[in-house]
Design a protein around this ligand. Structure first.
Ligand code: URA
Length: 212
């Protein structure tokens, strides 16, 4: 497993505004989209391309274009949905799959409550969107789910990660597939309720408000 912590002043700036507890939902949603577009640029560095012959107004040439099968982008509901627009901007031809996971707030274990994904993911590059890599439970369950369907190349795009979550992911996934984690910031620790500190609070609530 590979972890890329993105070092860019615009990422730092947008993240600072996201972390601020006074930032309203409407601004939060817009900034998540912008931030994810920056992360997506790094996350797609190894996206597969092929040579194609094209004609420019002046000549013909061999250029490179995204190849088939199309990549699959998988937002983890609900908070990952807020990242979809930013990712789709860079990968508009990707197929979108959905995985509904939530964590049991007592055990902190991930529970799958919905899925809409291609049955066979062999040969597909998968991009998982989940803003908060906290205990790692949701991401481990999601990545394992994709690997069980034949995926071998998975990149997770996250906004904040806790060291505890990254260690759990490394222990669970190791080198069993080509897995990359792209994250805007590695934070300090998890608190006793499983929240990332300093973090930005509950990403789903900050994006969409509290739903009980
Ligand atoms: N999920 C969140 O939304 N925030 C955290 O800090 C941890 C998990």
């Amino acid at each position: 497993m590979r972890t890329l912590i993105i070092d860019h002043p615009l990422v730092d700036h947008k993240l600072a505004v996201l972390r601020d507890k006074t930032t309203p939902s409407v601004v939060f949603r817009q900034l998540v989209e912008e931030l994810v577009t920056l992360l997506a640029y790094e996350a797609t560095r190894d996206v597969r391309v092929e040579d194609v012959e094209i004609e420019t107004p002046l000549t013909t040439m061999t250029a490179r274009k995204l190849t088939r099968p199309r990549p699959v982008v998988v937002p983890i509901l609900r908070a990952g949905l807020g990242m979809l627009e930013g990712m789709s901007k860079l990968l508009p031809t990707a197929e979108i799959g959905f995985l509904g996971m939530k964590r049991d707030e007592t055990t902190l274990e991930a529970i799958t409550y919905a899925n809409r994904l291609p049955e066979d993911l062999s040969g597909r590059q998968c991009f998982v969107l989940d803003p908060m890599l906290a205990t790692g439970g949701t991401l481990i369950a999601s990545i394992n789910y994709l690997l069980e369907r034949g995926a071998h190349d998975v990149t997770a795009v996250c906004i904040c990660a806790a060291p505890e979550g990254l260690t759990a992911l490394e222990d669970a996934i190791g080198d069993k597939a080509n897995v990359t984690i792209v994250v805007a910031a590695l934070d300090d620790h998890l608190n006793e309720n499983g929240y990332i500190v300093p973090g930005l609070g509950d990403a789903g609530d900050r994006l969409y408000g509290v739903v009980d």
